[in-house]
Design a binder for this molecule. Structure first.
Ligand code: SLL
Length: 170
């Protein structure tokens, strides 16, 4: 296995969450009626406009990512969620915000160590002051989904030749 010295290659990603407040009807139908929101946390290609998800599409990161582990709050059953295929995401319901540890493992050919990022699950709307504020149910429903996403670049230095081939031929 040969490393290509002096080469750096990167892939742009976004990670974060969207959250939607549940109506009273939806809450009553849940096994845990104290849950107030449904949410999805995900790692996606930054070249992935909403609605463009498709298997084998340009937004599918599985050609170089083997697994994404989302470590949820301990109040969740099986809080460590391993996702081994596209889309790399977890959807849940809940009542509280918390920090999610996101561990990204690369395909074996990469020879790269896993990387970790952290995301604060955001349920409540952004406010002008930045001060957290939990709006009443009807206000939150009207305000629509909350989005919290970060852009990042996964950089590989001196990649193995065969991994470089995989990255560039995709
Ligand atoms: C808080 N530090 O106190 C946070 C913890 C925990 C969130 C939030 C439901 C889990 C379940 C859930 O939303 N946990 O019932 O499965 O605000």
């Amino acid at each position: 296995r040969v490393r290509v010295r002096g080469v750096s290659i990167y892939r742009p990603i976004i990670y974060g969450n969207t959250a939607t407040v549940l109506t009273q009807k939806e809450r009553d139908a849940l096994p845990s009626p104290d849950h107030t929101h449904k949410w999805t946390v995900a790692v996606r290609s930054a070249a992935s406009p909403e609605g463009a998800e498709q298997v084998g599409g340009a937004d599918d990161l599985s050609y170089f990512i083997k697994r994404v582990t989302f470590k949820l709050h301990d109040t969740y059953p099986n809080p460590s969620r391993n996702i081994d295929k596209h889309p790399f995401e977890v959807s849940e319901t809940g009542w509280g915000e918390f920090d999610i540890h996101i561990r990204i493992t690369f395909i074996a050919e990469s020879g790269e160590k896993a990387i970790s990022v952290y995301h604060h699950l955001k349920l409540h709307p952004w406010t002008a002051t930045g001060e957290p504020e939990i709006p009443p149910l009807d206000v939150a429903i009207k305000a629509g989904p909350v989005h919290s996403w970060q852009y990042d670049e996964i950089v590989f230095h001196d990649p193995y030749q065969n991994f470089l081939n995989i990255l560039t031929s995709h």
